[in-house]
Design a protein around this ligand. Structure first.
Ligand SMILES: [Zn+2]
Length: 199
């Protein structure tokens, strides 16, 4: 028996260990407090690995290709950041680099660092500390805002030149869905339960 607080109405209640597939709801309000999803680490982990591949794709392939009068220019994430910095827009360049490169990379690596040992029922140094911070980090990955920005500029530039979306743009769109699915598939309670488990 362990004591859990209902996140909806704050009622404290004792809940026995759940069998695979079982759920525990609040006595008072019926809020879902705990669930034991079958093989719960395999799915988020598989999605995270897919996200790593998509991340590599959108960092290394062209985002957009501009074509005008026989001239062709491709834009990558990295060249975009460098171009912003070159034009004196340092804060914007830094913001794009943080939200599009550093935070997503840190987010993926940290979650994998936590989930790989967790799926083997093992603990590694710092994994719980990291897991707590990764959830603080999550709102700072603003890939979707960048994607929106690209689409807005896409419609503006397309009046002047032919613009073709590159592989990186599709990868970026898929990255959004895959990371959201990975986060949704992950049950944080499972990680915290591992913490209180002694080996
Ligand atoms: Zn409740």
């Amino acid at each position: 028996m362990e004591v859990y607080a209902c996140l909806h109405c704050d009622l404290l209640q004792e809940i026995p260990a759940l069998a695979e597939g079982e759920v525990a709801r609040c006595f008072r309000c019926g809020w879902l407090i705990l669930q034991n999803r079958p093989r719960s680490f395999a799915r988020p982990l598989a999605l995270l690995l897919a996200a790593v591949i998509l991340f590599a794709l959108f960092q290394s392939f062209p985002l957009l290709t501009f074509k005008k009068a026989g001239l062709e220019q491709t834009a990558h994430v990295a060249t975009g950041i460098r171009e912003l910095a070159r034009q004196g827009m340092m804060p914007l360049a830094a913001l794009v680099a943080v939200t599009l490169v550093f935070v997503p990379a840190l987010y993926l690596l940290s979650l994998i660092y936590v989930l790989v040992p967790a799926s083997l029922n093992r603990k590694t140094p710092g994994m719980f500390f990291l897991f707590r911070w990764v959830r603080v980090l999550a709102p700072w990955q603003m890939v979707e805002i960048f994607l929106l920005g690209v689409l807005v500029s896409f419609t503006k530039v397309s009046a002047m030149a032919r613009v073709e979306p590159g592989i990186a743009l599709y990868a970026l769109g898929m990255f959004l869905f895959v990371t959201a699915a990975a986060t949704a598939a992950l049950d944080p309670q499972e990680i915290w339960r591992l913490w209180s488990k002694r080996h």
